[in-house]
Write a protein that binds this ligand. Structure first.
Ligand SMILES: O=C(O)CCC(=O)C(=O)O
Ligand SMILES: [Fe+2]
Length: 282
């Protein structure tokens, strides 16, 4: 009785911080993938804020594209060099990617309403390529303090993999200590390390946006409004993969750095898994 009880508490606890926040019941049926087929981008003739600009840094020039102004969504083109992205893929594949595995199949005929992917946590500098990517991101995205981010969440989606529509911000009611200690996930930084041959775009259904990034591109968006409230327009998903394997690495950026009481929020376990690339220390 006692161990079962502990397991129940423990799994609910872990599940809470891995589960994206939904403040409503999101429909899960084939219709949710309606926008996945073709690339959908914002219309700059309707919104003059949707512009491209060049970012000059250390003699490198990068193209940055504003995909949406409200919520703010940016695409950094070729932020990660092709070779670096390839090395990061090799490093990712050597990690225990079954750590965050959700197969997509449940005991009922319905598919998982979370995602179908393998994955793991990794600390920011946990592998050389990820450390270099992290440094490069911090140098370019200086409006965000990336040290406030949770460890890398690396996800690998095979054919039929997907990430169901969700929000990245946390529900403060079910993540009380984490949100009190670190604030909410104000921004998401999604690094595309490898794209699928077919499918696997990143879709924002409420914004009519379906992004087909290249390997090495980075998508950044703000999850909260300037008031600090969560922005439900940021609903997004990874469309089903039809062929090949997509690998992405996400940083969920918080408002502030760890505070003392963050240690007891479950993030300590997340961090210990991240330090070992998904291996549980026994
Ligand atoms: O892989 C994608 O396109 C989306 C990933 C995502 O939503 C996340 O990591 O929060
Ligand atoms: Fe997400």
């Amino acid at each position: 009785m006692y161990p079962i009880y502990i397991f129940f508490i423990y799994s609910t606890y872990i599940f809470n911080f891995l589960t994206p926040f939904t403040d409503e019941t999101l429909e899960f049926n084939d219709k949710i993938w309606d926008k996945c087929g073709k690339e959908l981008r914002g219309d700059s003739s309707r919104d003059g804020r949707l512009v491209c600009y060049r970012l000059h840094k250390h003699l490198l020039i990068r193209k940055v594209e504003i995909l949406s102004s409200e919520p703010f969504i940016l695409q950094y083109h070729n932020q990660v060099h092709r070779r670096l992205a390839k090395r990061a893929v090799q490093e990712a594949e050597a990690l225990r990617l079954e750590q965050l595995k959700i197969s997509g199949f449940t005991t009922t005929p319905e598919k998982s309403q979370v995602r179908a992917a393998n994955g793991t946590w990794l600390i920011h500098t946990g592998r050389p390529s990820f450390a270099r990517i992290f440094e490069g991101l911090q140098a370019n995205i200086n409006s965000l303090d990336l040290s406030t981010a949770e460890p890398w969440q690396i996800l690998s989606y095979n054919a039929d993999g997907y990430y169901a529509p969700h929000y990245d911000y946390l529900n403060p009611a079910t993540n009380v200590q984490l949100v009190e200690g670190r604030g909410n996930r104000i921004a998401t930084v999604l690094v595309i390390l490898q794209i699928a041959k077919k499918g696997g775009t990143t879709v924002f259904p409420r914004l009519n946006l379906n992004i087909r990034p290249k390997a090495g591109d980075v998508i950044v968006w703000l999850n909260t409004l300037s008031t600090g409230e969560s922005n439900s327009q940021t609903l997004h998903a990874a469309c089903p993969i039809h062929e090949g394997t997509k690998i992405g690495a996400t940083l969920w950026v918080h408002e502030k750095i760890f505070s003392q009481n963050t240690k007891s929020t479950g993030l300590s376990r997340q961090n210990s898994l991240a330090r070992t690339g998904g291996k549980t220390i026994t």
